[in-house]
Design a protein around this ligand. Structure first.
Ligand SMILES: NC(=O)C1=CN([C@@H]2O[C@H](COP(=O)(O)OP(=O)(O)OC[C@H]3O[C@@H](n4cnc5c(N)ncnc54)[C@H](OP(=O)(O)O)[C@@H]3O)[C@@H](O)[C@H]2O)C=CC1
Ligand SMILES: O=C(CO)COP(=O)(O)O
Length: 319
C-alpha cells in the first residue's frame, strides 16, 4: 500500500518522518512550491516542525500528480479540508484518511462527513488520538485510533501505518472517533482558560470530567459508541490536550484566561469547532454548558469570572 501525505504542516510532516523511518518511500505534498523546494533541499520543515531532519525516503513536492498514492493522509486543518478537496480534484475516488480534528463551521460535519460530502467515490477514514507532532517526529512512543467502515481495508491500513514507535488501534466507529478528537479541543480551551485565570487544578479536573460528560452526551446523540469516546480518540486525547503546554488549544485557552493576545496564525481547531458544536447542540436540544462558555469567552461576550459563575450557578443535578 503506497502512502502520501497531503498537507505539510506540523502533523503531516511528523507522519511523513515517522513512516519514512521504517524505510518506505513517502511523498509529502505542500501546496506552496517555494516551501516544498525549501523543505526538499534543507531536509527540514523550518516553519512548522523545526529541528527534525527528514529521512532520505521522504520526498517533498508541490506537484500533486507525483503525490497520488493508493492512500492519502489529509493533514490540513479542519476548516481547510473542503477547499483542499474541492480545489484538488486529483484526490477524488481514493482512500482518504482525515488526520484533522474538528467540526466544519458551515455544515457542522466532521472530517469524515466532509470527505463523503465532497467526494462520494472516496473511501473515508480518520486517524486521530493523543499525539503531538513533535513527539511523533522524535520517535517517542505514541498510540492512535484509526476509524474506517471496512474491516479488511482497515486491517491493511492499520498495518501500513504502524511503526515501531507508533501503535495503531482500529475501530469502525468513525462518528465516535471524529467527535472525540473535535470536542476535546473545546475542553482544552476551557481548561487553559481556567489555569490561565488561576482558578486552580481542582477546577481543571472538574472541567475535564464534566467536559467528558458533554462529549459523551453529544457523541451518543449522534450515534457514536460510548467505548470509542472512552478510548484514545476521546478520553486519551482529552487528557493530553487539557494538561499540556504543548497543545495550541490549551495555550489559546491560557491566553484567554490571562487576558493576553494570541497569534492568529497558529492553528487552534477548537475555536471554530466550539461554535459549530454549539449550533448543533442547540438544534438537537443537547445541554453543553462548557461549550457555551467557551464560545462566549472567545467571542468576548463573557469574562472568565462570568463563565465560572454561569457554570457553578446551574441548578443542582445528579452526576
Ligand atoms: N500539530 C499536532 O501536534 C497535531 C495536529 N493534528 C491535527 O492535524 C491537523 C493539521 O494541523 P497541523 O499540521 O498542526 O497544522 P499547521 O498549522 O502546522 O499546518 C497546516 C498546514 O495545512 C496547510 N493548508 C492549509 N490550507 C490548505 C489547503 N487549502 N490546501 C492545502 N494545504 C493547506 C498549510 O499550508 P500553508 O503553509 O501553505 O498555509 C499548512 O501546511 C489539525 O486538524 C490538527 O488538529 C493532530 C494531531 C497532532
Ligand atoms: O491534537 C493534538 C494532540 O493530540 C494537538 O493539539 P493542539 O492542536 O491543541 O496542539
Amino acid at each position: 500500500m503506497s502512502i502520501s501525505i497531503i498537507g505539510a504542516g506540523a502533523f503531516g510532516t511528523a507522519l511523513a518522518i515517522s513512516l519514512a523511518r521504517t524505510g518506505v518511500p513517502v511523498t509529502l505534498w505542500a501546496r506552496d512550491a517555494d516551501q516544498a523546494n525549501d523543505m526538499q533541499t534543507r531536509r527540514e520543515n523550518i516553519a512548522r516542525l523545526p529541528g527534525v531532519t527528514f529521512p532520505n525516503s521522504v520526498t517533498v513536492t508541490s506537484d500533486i500528480s507525483s503525490a497520488l498514492a493508493d492512500t492519502l493522509l489529509l493533514a490540513v486543518p479542519m476548516q481547510k479540508m473542503r477547499a483542499l478537496l474541492t480545489n484538488t480534484p486529483e484526490l477524488n475516488g481514493r482512500l482518504l484518511v482525515a488526520c484533522c480534528k474538528g467540526v466544519e463551521l458551515d455544515t457542522q460535519l466532521g472530517p469524515v462527513g466532509v470527505i463523503r460530502d465532497c467526494d462520494p467515490l472516496a473511501t473515508p477514514a480518520i486517524l486521530t488520538g493523543p499525539s503531538f507532532a513533535a513527539d511523533i517526529a522524535r520517535g517517542l512512543p505514541t498510540a492512535l485510533t484509526l476509524a474506517i467502515d471496512d474491516d479488511t481495508l482497515g486491517q491493511s491500513l492499520q498495518q501500513a501505518l504502524t511503526t515501531p514507535n507508533l501503535r495503531i488501534y482500529r475501530t469502525r466507529d468513525t462518528i465516535g472517533a471524529e467527535l472525540g478528537g473535535a470536542l476535546k479541543n473545546v475542553m482544552a480551551i476551557a481548561c487553559g482558560a481556567a489555569i490561565g485565570a488561576k482558578l486552580g487544578e481542582s477546577a481543571r479536573a472538574a472541567l475535564m470530567t464534566r467536559g467528558y460528560a458533554e462529549m459523551q452526551r453529544m457523541a451518543q446523540a449522534l450515534g457514536a459508541q460510548p467505548d470509542t469516546l472512552a478510548g484514545l480518540s476521546g478520553f486519551g486525547d482529552l487528557t493530553l490536550t487539557c494538561t499540556s503546554d504543548q497543545s495550541r488549544n490549551y495555550r489559546f485557552g491560557l491566553s484567554l484566561g490571562r487576558g493576553e493576545a494570541f497569534d492568529p496564525s497558529i492553528t487552534v481547531e477548537g475555536a471554530a469547532t466550539a461554535r459549530a458544536v454549539r449550533a448543533r447542540a442547540k438544534h438537537m436540544h443537547i445541554d453543553m454548558p462548557i461549550t457555551d462558555a467557551v464560545v462566549g469567552l472567545i467571542a468576548g461576550k463573557l469574562q472568565i469570572a462570568q463563565a465560572m459563575e454561569m457554570l457553578l450557578s446551574r441548578p443542582p443535578k445528579e452526576e
